[in-house]
Design a protein around this ligand. Structure first.
Ligand SMILES: O=C(O)CCC(=O)C(=O)O
Length: 259
């Protein structure tokens, strides 16, 4: 894992081929899709954090499925996944921040450039998202795209995902000449990206849904910081209930998953 950790820390992301078997992903997909179908609110704004209509319409997004479904809970609590997250970040122990299913409809639009940590009122840089595609996901289906080394770039960290973030961040990354890494994912491959890594995804050009599950981890010991925008305030209320600024984010909805 040392080589992968070095690579992750240098580039801000990594794809680990065949972390899971194809057969395991088939089961994950069945269990997660059943929960998404049951829990997705058809009347809800599809992406409350987005300013982009095209993006919002293309996405079904359901968070913290683990609290509603025992089968999904066992996937989100997967030890191998949490151990990989801890090892890549170089920490002893990780907690769950939250999970999130991201289902992009057939012919759904692109995911604009953004970084996740804009949304999180956390005082640490040791955060990581595992992106788990639930079928073979070629680039044309909307596989996630990373900007290598962009976790060191502060510009654009204050932008919510949407049309503005797409414009400003892509212009900046192009100006800086950072490499955009587009990759095909086979079922069983999992990528991990840092909370500050800029990423996007292309449109789903296929006739099939692009189903992905994400699990977001933070180092054990991360503390709540004063929210810097309304989205961080909303996250504070949702994922850090009853905590004061400076408290460890360690309530029952942030269980230790490794260490
Ligand atoms: O699945 C996508 O299209 C975007 C994924 C993403 O933004 C994330 O996992 O943080």
């Amino acid at each position: 894992m040392q080589a992968q950790r070095d690579d992750y820390q240098k580039r801000g992301f990594i794809r680990l081929p065949q972390l899971f078997s194809r057969a395991k992903i088939v089961t994950f997909e069945q269990d997660i899709s059943a929960a998404v179908t049951r829990l997705a609110d058809p009347t809800a704004d599809k992406h409350p954090n987005s300013e982009s209509d095209a993006y919002a319409q293309a996405f079904t997004q359901v968070m913290n499925l683990w609290r509603h479904d025992l089968k999904v809970r066992s996937i989100v609590f997967n030890r191998q996944l949490a151990a990989a997250a801890a090892q890549l970040m170089g920490v002893e122990s990780v907690r769950l921040y939250h999970d999130q299913a991201l289902y992009k409809a057939p012919h759904g639009g692109m995911t604009p450039w953004h970084c996740d940590q804009y949304y999180w009122p956390l005082d640490t840089d040791k955060t990581i998202t595992a992106w788990i595609p639930l079928q073979d996901t070629p680039i044309e289906m909307g596989a996630v795209v990373f900007s290598a080394g962009s976790h060191h770039i502060p510009m654009g960290r204050d932008l919510p995902i949407g049309d503005d973030s797409q414009q400003v961040i892509s212009d900046n990354l192009n100006r800086l000449g950072l490499e955009h890494v587009e990759q095909n994912f086979d079922a069983g491959d999992v990528s991990f990206h840092s909370g500050w890594t800029f990423h996007s995804a292309g449109p789903n050009l296929t006739d099939r849904p692009r189903r992905a599950m994400t699990v977001i981890y933070m180092e054990n010991g991360a503390r709540l910081k004063a929210p810097e925008n309304s989205n961080q305030q909303a996250d504070r209320e949702a994922w850090c209930p009853d905590l004061a600024v400076g408290d460890e984010v360690a309530t029952f909805i942030n269980p230790v998953l490794h260490g």
